[in-house]
Design a protein around this ligand. Sequence first.
Ligand SMILES: Cc1cc2nc3c(=O)[nH]c(=O)nc-3n(C[C@H](O)[C@H](O)[C@H](O)COP(=O)(O)O)c2cc1C
Length: 307
Amino acid sequence: MIYHFAPVQGHTDAPYRHFHAHNYGAETNYYTPFIRLEKGELRTRDLKDLSSHLNEGTHLVPQIIFRNPEELTTLVGILKKNGASEIDLNMGCPFPLQTGHGRGAATVADAELAKAVAEIIEGNPEIDFSAKIRLGLDRPDEWRNLIHVLNRIKLTHIAVHPRVARQQYSGELHLDQFAAILQESSNPVVFNGEIRTPEDIDNILDRFPGIAGIMIGRGLLARPSLVKEYLSGNEWSRERRVAEMIRFHRDLLDYYSASLCGESQIISKIKPFWEYAEEEIGRKPWKAIKKASNIAKYHSAVASIEI
Ligand SMILES: Cc1cc2nc3c(=O)[nH]c(=O)nc-3n(C[C@H](O)[C@H](O)[C@H](O)COP(=O)(O)O)c2cc1C
């Protein structure tokens, strides 16, 4: 069973991944948030994230988002030049800015594009490809357009978030559709969605014993020890979880303080650390952190977290 830390734009960048691995033992595979082309080239910040020395020692897979075979070919070429041996294809992003341009979840129902994607993958046998998909844009059975094409090629896995793009990140998970993908995919399938506790991991493994892995996004941001706890067989007390989270936060804040210029930059980079942790740290400190307008207020908000 392989555990994957899902890419989350604005959160899981190189410093976060590095200090997460440092504090929690690199038990997961990590992904870059999606990398895309802008005026035919990688954005500077994507390139910086991809080539950061902080990536050393982690299993990092660059993820790309594309709308046509040309974009895909260009991105694969650039990543190869940067030494990538694995690439994850984002075929699930629900943001209208991406789907509106034919990227992300909009690619799921595009059978023609899928064929071209398969050819590009076959033309790059030195790269291990994986795909991250949704069920579709609007209907939860749109993946059927894609699966027979994916079945003809070898992927390390397909990670499935069993929602449609219209649902964004909430609402019912279509577990019946997930079960159908698991049955019909000839590639290993990874489950992704709403895993928050060790019990949730157990429930998914009980229900879908055939999966090859579990991918967790917000659940790991809220409780960074989740996979480590699960693998150790012992659920940690809330006190221990929060104490370790504060240590992880300290490392990240020290790094930002040393590498960024000015309070406002530091605050805007570090605040998202707590975004999904309201339940874990309590509503009052969580709100105080959100409201903090300078570093002194931020420090006192973090200090108000009860352990
Ligand atoms: C703010 C935000 C940004 C995200 N950015 C990406 C991304 O860059 N690439 C990607 O494949 N998924 C992205 N996702 C989706 C997550 O990887 C994941 O599939 C989703 O949150 C569902 O899993 P979870 O319930 O474990 O969080 C993003 C999700 C959120 C909420």
